[in-house]
Ligand binder design. Structure first.
Ligand code: IPE
Ligand code: IPE
Ligand code: MG
Length: 236
């Protein structure tokens, strides 16, 4: 029987290379990447994954050309507008994590509205990491914890691993079981740091726009062959 990961996180990489290979502008790669997102969201919902976290825009991606950044913001806006109805039909709950203050006002508004509209759904939790960095997340959690301590709501002793993790963006989600990165890069690029403490990693050379359900199934099969020991050993 297949063991379905409770939480899958994906670094969706390779859109630009997919486009360059075809002599197309990078944004076309990002547009094609959205199709792969739809496929993966649908498949994860159908197989009963609890949480799917997608890395859409890293804190470092703002250092790309202003043209690419603004086209990505526009794409994000269009996709959110277009997809909310369909996500709702599939009972998907949406959560957007990251420092959204960088985004244009209309994107911030639609992000807030879409999350509110889908908040009570009970199917797949889809987390979109936008202007997100793992280091940013830990720093913002520390800031919140410090503020709570100054107010006297908590004491420093409350900041155990469990106590501290309540301030992180993924506080209410299960730990990441499987982390996937497409496009052949073998690095974390400041995606989830705290949350991947014991995740299984799966890397594929496939560029994100070509990532499909078959690829997802291969990743899950690979996950099923891992021996997750969590530091302990079975008594013999
Ligand atoms: C990932 O694809 C999408 C984002 C970072 C927004 P890239 O744009 O990084 O594609 P490559 O790595 O240049 O091929
Ligand atoms: C990581 O990919 C961010 C996303 C996939 C959203 P990048 O393409 O930005 O990462 P680097 O620059 O190769 O590390
Ligand atoms: Mg890349």
């Amino acid at each position: 029987m297949t063991n379905i990961p409770k939480h899958i996180a994906i670094i969706m990489d390779g859109n630009g290379r997919w486009a360059s290979k075809r002599n197309l502008p990078r944004i076309v790669g990002h547009q094609q990447g959205v199709k792969a997102v739809r496929t993966v969201v649908k498949a994860c919902g159908a197989m009963g994954v609890n949480t799917l976290t997608l890395f859409a825009f890293s804190s470092e991606n703002k250092n790309r050309s202003s043209e690419e950044v603004s086209l990505l913001f526009k794409l994000f806006l269009t996709v959110l507008k277009l997809e909310v109805k369909k996500l709702n039909k599939h009972s998907v709950r949406l959560k957007i994590i990251g420092d959204l203050s960088l985004f244009p006002d209309d994107v911030q508004t639609i992000a807030r509205e879409a999350q509110a509209q889908l908040a009570d759904n009970t199917g797949l939790t889809l987390v979109i990491a936008a202007n997100y960095g793992g280091q940013w997340d830990i720093a913002q959690a520390a800031k919140q914890a410090a503020q709570a301590a100054i107010k006297g709501d908590i004491s420093p002793e409350d900041l155990t691993i469990e106590g501290f993790s309540k301030y992180l963006s993924l506080a209410n989600e299960p730990a990441v079981d499987l982390l996937i990165r497409s496009s052949g890069e073998l690095r974390i690029s400041n995606f989830l740091l705290w949350d991947v403490a014991y995740s299984e990693f799966y890397f594929t050379d496939t560029l994100w726009p070509d990532f499909d359900e078959a690829e997802l199934n291969i990743a899950i099969e690979s996950f099923n062959h891992r021996d997750r020991r969590f530091g302990a050993r079975k008594e013999t």
